[in-house]
Write a protein that binds this ligand. Structure first.
Ligand code: GCB
Length: 591
């Protein structure tokens, strides 16, 4: 799915800002058609942001159901004769979009964009009322899944099996944009190279065509010089003296796709891409034929005040801190991040493992009185699978052209040992490969699904495992933890003979808590914990990466092991370094 842009033939208006806001406590908004007129409310809310932490009101923070956003929108006068679209970069977790009273788009899945052609409902030069109903409910039919329970006194409560707060709202930008009638609808670019020549395979989808359109493509280098051109909706372009996209050096080309009618330019869309290859060979992960070692973090889109709202300044600061630690990569735990994050990674040569929102497909963590078995009618069922297929398809559709993305991760810590796991995951792994044959596919394994119990890792290209020896196992005993971790890693290596990435390892740490005895929760313990893990990783040939959990402290649902959130960050939530950050900087900057 193409990101909207300004081009010689397209215009883009950003609709971020303050919206009228109403929480649908009585769950009556849809029946009463709140979209039919101005929302009756004094409240306003900021877009982009999570709404949860903006108001000093527990009822709003804990609300389970719809909230409503509304604003008036002016359509530029010059857009007469064009197609006019509205796009939401995300609505978490479900969005319904109304233009005046008409429902123009509905979308499930809180971390991928959706758009609607609203030309028939608006007029160039006129205004319309944009209303968006956003639902934060997680059910068996959503990714991530969840369960809603009702207390004896009638309060609805959201339960979920993942360890981050269920922030909701309009976390990313809203756009109004114009396109020509006949237009570039999609662009797919895949690359490799032969010697010094880059091979750029492309395919262009055209929408709204009458039949006589022609398509041309041009490749521009980073300085804007044309280095290749071709005609037709698909083909292979050759780029001489190619500059590769490399980890640490994100060289980008642009492919300009143009649609012509009777020799006249009608649409122009510019897609950036990098020329690089990714390959698994034996126990190695190769980028451009060179072994790559992942150094970095699992992260979260999470900040005080704005929750999961995207903010360019905070994003930039996170990237600067990543760079300061010497990290070369991260995983988009546990959902697709804002596209601006991937664009930054593309430009700066940062390697990304791109993950769907499929987290918490596991009842072993316990749901109170909830479902006992993961793959069952009352938890992960055919509805979940359908949403999971959609989540994978939308992730690939959105992110396929990002050179920074070197691998798809289709789930985090699902139950991989129950008999339902293989029938559930086999088709999903196959689907991902069918949608994109150029990138390895993985899933992330949970600690209790050991090499013996796991039934699905062979379906994937890389072994990705989260291991907490010294924290959840052998808590505080780093010596026993070291032995146990090494033993298990050797078992994975022997069983699969594939590269292993340690996708999570970490210890909760209270910034400022110090200990002479390396006591858990102290900064000294976190540092010693990481050093123990690193000693083991360095002894295992198949280990090709280490992603610390987590980059920064983050908010979670409250729980007996969560004091104002998860404290495994090597930075605090306001991005101050704990002692461990210096350990990483030393290790990662020196090799
Ligand atoms: C995990 C999960 C992650 C949690 C982490 C923890 O394995 O993947 O989402 O936050 O453990 O800190 O327990």
């Amino acid at each position: 799915m193409l990101k909207p842009q300004n081009s010689p033939t397209r215009e883009l208006v950003n609709l971020d800002g303050l919206y009228r806001f109403k929480v649908d406590f009585e769950r009556s908004g849809l029946a009463e058609k709140w979209q039919a007129g101005p929302l009756r409310t004094e409240m306003e809310v900021a877009v982009p942001s999570s709404y949860n932490d903006l108001f000093p009101d527990k009822a709003i923070r804990d609300h389970v159901g719809y909230v409503w956003y509304q604003r008036d929108v002016q359509v530029p006068r010059g857009w007469a004769g064009q197609r006019i679209h509205v796009r939401l970069d995300s609505a978490t977790h479900e969005g319904k979009v109304f233009v005046n009273e008409v429902l123009v788009a509905e979308h499930q899945g809180g971390y991928t964009p959706f758009a609607s052609d609203i030309t028939d409902h608006v007029t160039a030069g006129g205004t319309f009322r944009l209303t968006i109903a956003v639902n934060n409910e997680l059910t068996q039919a959503s990714i991530p899944p969840g369960v809603i329970t009702v207390t004896k006194d009638g309060r609805r409560q959201q339960q979920y099996m993942h360890d981050f707060y269920n922030y909701a709202g309009l976390h990313r930008s809203i756009w109004l944009y114009s396109t020509p009638v006949a237009r570039v609808e999609d662009v797919t670019v895949t690359t490799d190279y032969t010697g010094t020549v880059g091979n750029v395979s492309y395919s262009i989808d055209v929408a709204g065509a009458r039949g006589e359109e022609t398509v041309t493509v041009r490749v521009l280098d980073a300085e804007g010089r044309q280095v290749a051109e071709s005609e037709g909706r698909e083909g292979v372009l050759r780029v001489a003296d190619v500059s590769l996209w490399q980890p640490g050096a994100g060289y980008l080309y642009s492919l300009v796709a143009e649609v012509h009618q009777n020799g006249e330019l009608v649409d122009s869309y510019r897609q950036s891409f990098g020329v690089r290859t990714v390959e698994i060979r034996g126990k190695q992960f190769l980028i451009n034929g060179q072994p790559f070692y992942f150094k970095g973090f699992g992260m979260h889109e999470d900040h005080a005040g704005i929750g999961k709202g995207h903010n360019q300044a905070l994003m930039l600061n996170d990237f600067q801190l990543l760079d300061w630690t010497g990290a070369n990569s991260f995983r988009t735990t546990h959902y697709p991040y804002a596209e601006e994050v991937l664009e930054y990674a593309d430009r700066h040569g940062i390697v990304v493992i791109d993950e769907t929102g499929a987290v918490g497909l596991n009842t072993v963590f316990g749901f109170g009185a909830g479902p006992k078995s993961t793959y069952s009618d009352d938890y992960v069922n055919e509805d979940t699978a359908a949403s999971h297929r959609q989540a994978i398809a939308e992730l690939v559709a959105r992110d396929k052209n990002h050179p920074s993305v070197v691998m798809w991760c289709i789930a985090n810590e699902p139950n991989a040992s129950d008999e339902g796991a293989r029938p559930y995951f086999e088709p999903l792994a196959a689907l991902t490969r069918k949608l994109d044959a150029t990138r390895p596919v993985g899933y992330v394994n949970v600690g209790f699904d050991t090499p013996e119990k796991d039934t699905i890792t062979d379906l994937f290209d890389v072994v990705m495992i989260n291991r907490y020896y010294g924290w959840y196992h052998h808590h505080g005993d780093l010596s026993s933890a070291e032995t146990a971790l090494e033993k298990e890693l050797l078992e994975w290596e022997a069983k699969h003979g594939k590269p292993i990435i340690i996708t999570e390892y970490g210890a909760d740490t209270i910034a400022g808590l110090h200990s002479l005895y390396e006591t858990p929760w102290s900064e000294e313990f976190q540092a010693a914990f990481l050093e123990m893990n690193h000693r083991v990783f360095d002894r295992i040939e198949a280990v090709v990466g280490e992603h610390v959990w987590n980059f920064a402290d983050f908010q979670t649902a409250t729980g007996v092991i969560r004091v104002d959130g998860n404290k495994k960050g090597v930075f605090t939530r306001d991005r101050r370094p704990k002692a461990a950050a210096h350990i990483l900087r030393k290790r990662w900057s020196s090799n």
